[in-house]
Ligand binder design. Structure first.
Ligand code: TYC
Length: 117
């Protein structure tokens, strides 16, 4: 963590006027920008979920076109796991819940998880 100096400014105008004495202003010199932790959302392979259903999941919840969705689905099918996207913690959690709820509603055993990058 980097701590930057914080200025205590008296006599802000610098004209020697006493009007601002005793009313110091604390100001940050640089805007505080923190990069968020990012998470991969992954799909896991299984023997039962139909390929078309997985493609639909990737189109519906991860904004993939048919070609990208098919490529990711086949990668998961052939390698056991594959990445759907990279998101902040809250968005990744929402995607995982949406996929798991949708798969459960259709009685498919599809598993979706998130992992810190
Ligand atoms: N292996 C599944 C089948 O042959 C297809 C599949 C692909 C399932 C990706 C899950 O995340 C998955 N029907």
């Amino acid at each position: 963590m980097i701590v930057r100096p914080i200025l205590m400014q008296d006599d802000k105008s610098g004209d020697g006027d006493n009007a601002n004495r005793g009313t110091s202003v604390i100001s940050r010199t640089k805007p505080k920008t923190k990069k968020p932790n990012l998470y991969r959302v992954l799909l896991l392979n299984d023997d039962y979920t139909p390929m078309e259903f997985v493609i639909h999941i990737l189109e519906r919840f991860f904004q993939k076109d048919l070609e990208a969705a098919t490529r990711i689905m086949l990668h998961v099918h052939n390698h056991g796991v594959g990445e759907c996207g990279i998101y902040t913690h809250e968005v990744a959690e929402t995607k995982v819940s949406q996929v798991m709820d949708f798969a459960r509603q259709h009685q498919h055993p599809l598993q979706c998880v998130m992992e810190k990058k």
